[in-house]
Design a protein around this ligand. Structure first.
Ligand code: GLN
Ligand code: ZN
Length: 759
């Protein structure tokens, strides 16, 4: 038996986000193309250097990018939308970044979530262009690594099925036509790699873990049959991740030399398949056994036992030991975290620490005597210490979660009854206007916050500034004649951190960044203890804003599912239990707001959809507890108190049922870019509660005219009852300039007033 340690991929942002900084400097024209290339090369090589230092057996290349790897693949094949006027040949950097970010004349390609991660990729667009290999970038990286370190690295590419599946636009040309154009290019890339001396080539096919129908399975077979004929000399490691391989019994005999399976997120399914169907003896089995998505240290003794079980079931002659997915979803190293709780720190494993685990496991498998027990017990001790941490011993919280009953999810009365009472209590006009919560975070706001964080500004001075900004915007909203006001969220940096800092159980890192999209990085909080409400979080700001006006000011909270989905979460409890803990904490905040005289409370859940499992058959279970969490947080208020929620990118159309199940009195959703689709789906699936359709897109600085917004509103009224209809922008306005915001809102209110006259 041979064992090889390897990775599916390694983060590219750099320990100090050097990559992000280089990209952004280049975009600001502060770096010449040459200097930029130089900097990126340095980062690219230092990643290889580090992997070699850590002593990984097989280094992976091709996992580096200048923006996004789907984009790289698309542009490598000349898949550039016509609007960018590309003339053929090697794609230059300005064109590359135009597709990613748009330019003066052409809008960027769409961006969407990479499976169930928080990473967003650029969606390739096929418009029937003649495809061509513009540049074999993977080959360039392969040769670079060979020259610099004398290694034969394992090149990785997004596989043809996944790439094809995630491309949009080819419906006009059929998938088969598209693949016919694509496959010769894949063939060429593989051929060139083999000729340059590549041994193994990894093709990433995460789409093979989603639910596949018979036609799709057949297509996958055809693709790999064709590739095997076209480049028989290529040794392909067909890599899956995020779930168990679908249709294992069929797909496992594809004509490839190796299969990569996820034994963390697809543990149950892949183990069952191994047990039932075994593993082909002529293939190498790559096993993802260290979690590539979370930040926790592995229990090495347990993982070692898993590997043994896999060995036993598969009878594979060669095993590759690796993380369950690309490590780009986790931060780089815990070594830079000097401020966090040492018990927590000791139990963490980011990318570099995960590599060490992989190597320890590989060494242990090679050394059958078991002399490495010492290292295993280290990991066990760390996990044990965290388990016994007082922060996880909040008996009250545990007990409350366990004793939640279905009654705790329900409002006192049904929606129709509440609606009547709320109409009486709030007396809002027809088509109430409102906004989603945040107002522009101007340079001044950011400056003040930074100064306060650095202790250059006292608490009093900072709070006074926030009050002054809130007051200014209450006046602006009154002058605009908006019906339901917001305080503006000037005190918040981000939707989760602000709450995490005031609840128990959260930790915040200094440098634990991961890419969200392009150069944008996020630093998710870590939920490592029991979450509980300690004191009011938002009451002071909301009550202050409410005291300034006769109109209603909405209380503004981030919902439990969004807090969960945008954090790294402890793994000793189910996600459901953690969500319920957060929900129970927020329930107290909701009650505190109500008690402080706030009559409308909005609980945002933009990430509700993000948590959906990859397999459709598991959606129901997730939605059950996700919806219940929201209800748990919001249901204890009086009938007269109006609960709002907000979602963006929720693709409302096929999501109406769970949204309705939230039982929020009013939901505001993003729709301005897809409002046609929404109208037609509302025709089929009526929605009966209050609903605010986003009437303009806040992602663009453009100020929409009132006519434009009126059209959306008039259309919407064809499928919505006038008494359920609210008017609001698509999302919060924190990234917009003040002038744009005021102008757009003025048009929105004007449009609403016209509409009121029409009906
Ligand atoms: N209330 C938040 C805001 O306005 C909502 C943000 C979001 O939906 N992403 O900023
Ligand atoms: Zn939003």
């Amino acid at each position: 038996m041979t064992y090889t340690s390897t990775l599916i991929g390694y983060p590219y942002i750099g320990e100090d986000r050097e990559w992000k900084k280089a990209l952004e400097a280049f975009w600001r024209n502060e770096l010449s193309e040459e200097d930029f290339e130089e900097r990126l090369k340095k980062i690219r090589l230092s990643r290889i250097d580090k992997q070699l230092q850590l002593d990984i057996d097989m280094v992976t290349i091709g996992d580096f990018t200048y923006y996004d790897r789907m984009l790289d693949t698309a542009l490598m094949f000349g898949l550039i939308p016509k609007r960018f006027n590309w003339q053929g040949g090697k794609v230059d950097l300005p064109t590359y970044y135009s597709v990613a970010r748009g330019n003066k004349t052409a809008v960027a390609s769409e961006m969407t979530k990479w499976f169930n991660t928080n990473y967003h990729y650029i969606v390739p667009e096929y418009e029937g262009q003649a495809l061509q290999l513009t540049e074999n970038k993977v080959l360039a990286d392969f040769l670079e690594a060979k020259e610099a370190y004398g290694i034969i690295a394992k090149p990785t590419l997004i596989g043809p099925y996944t790439f094809c599946k995630l491309t949009k636009g080819y419906s006009k040309f059929t998938q088969v036509e598209y693949l016919l154009a694509l496959l010769p290019l894949y063939t060429q890339v593989l051929k060139e790699l083999v000729e340059a001396g590549a041994n193994w080539i990894q093709l990433e096919e995460p789409s093979l873990v989603t639910t596949l129908d018979a036609a799709e399975i057949k297509l996958v077979q055809e693709i790999y049959d064709q590739l095997a004929v076209a480049v028989p000399e290529a040794k392909i490691m067909l890599q899956t991740y995020f779930e168990a391989l679908c249709a294992y019994e069929t797909l496992i005999s594809l004509p490839v030399q190796g299969f990569g399976l996820d034994f963390v997120h697809g543990y149950k399914g892949n183990m069952a398949s191994l047990r039932q169907y075994g593993f082909p003896q002529d293939k190498v089995l790559a096993i993802g056994v260290v979690n590539g998505r979370d930040i926790w240290r592995s229990n090495l003794a347990e993982v070692n036992a898993t590997i043994q079980a896999i060995e036993h079931l598969s009878n594979a002659a060669e095993l590759w030991i690796q993380p369950s997915s690309n490590l780009q979803h986790v931060p780089i190293t815990t070594a830079l975290e000097n401020e966090i709780d040492p018990v927590l720190k000791h139990a963490l494993a980011f990318a570099d620490e995960k590599i060490v685990e992989i190597i320890e496991l590989t060494t242990c498998r090679r050394d059958k005597e078991g002399t490495l027990q010492h290292n295993f017990s280290e990991s066990m001790k760390a996990i044990e210490a965290l388990k016994n941490h007082p922060i996880r011993q909040n008996k009250m919280v545990h007990q409350t979660v366990q004793t939640v009953t279905t009654q705790d999810f329900e409002r006192h009365s049904e929606f129709t009854q509440r609606q009547k009472l709320q109409q009486q209590a709030l007396a809002l006009p027809l088509f109430p206007t409102t906004t989603i919560g945040s107002f522009p975070q101007s340079d001044e706001v950011k400056r003040n916050r930074n100064a306060w964080r650095k202790k250059q500004l006292s608490n009093e001075a900072y709070e006074a500034f926030i009050e002054q900004e809130t007051k200014r915007w209450i006046t602006i909203q009154e002058e605009l004649d908006i019906d339901v006001l917001v305080h503006g969220e000037f005190e918040r940096t981000d939707m989760v951190e602000y709450f995490g800092e005031k609840l128990t159980g959260f930790a915040f890192t200094e440098k634990a960044w991961v890419v969200s999209y392009g150069s944008r990085c996020v630093k998710p909080p870590i939920i490592y203890g029991d979450v509980a409400w300690a004191s009011p979080i938002t009451v002071i700001e909301s009550a202050y804003a409410q005291s300034l006006t006769m109109r209603f000011v909405k209380g503004m909270l981030t919902g439990p599912v969004t807090i969960l989905n945008w954090s790294f979460v402890r793994d000793d409890l189910s996600r459901k239990d953690v969500a319920y803990q957060i929900a129970l904490a927020l329930r107290k905040e909701v009650e505190a707001l109500e008690k402080a005289g706030i009559s409308i409370i909005q609980v945002d859940e933009p990430a509700l959809r993000e948590g959906l499992p990859l397999r459709k058959e598991e959606w129901g279970a997730y939605l059950d507890w996700a919806v219940n969490s929201f209800k748990l947080a919001t249901s204890s208020v009086k009938d007269e108190t109006q609960i709002h929620t907000h979602m963006c990118y929720c693709e409302f159309n096929d999501f109406i049922e769970p949204i309705s199940a939230l039982d929020a009195d009013v939901i505001s959703i993003e729709t301005s870019r897809s409002h046609g689709e929404l109208i037609s789906s509302l025709q089929v699936n009526p929605y009966t509660k209050g609903i605010g359709l986003g009437v303009y897109d806040i992602h663009s600085p453009r100020v929409p005219s009132d006519e434009e917004m009126l059209t959306i509103m008039r259309d919407s009224l064809q499928v919505l009852d006038r008494h359920q209809f609210w008017v609001n922008p698509d999302c919060g306005l924190k990234t917009r300039k003040e002038t744009e915001t005021v102008a757009a809102l003025a048009n929105m209110v004007a449009a609403t007033k016209t509409l009121r006259q029409e009906v």
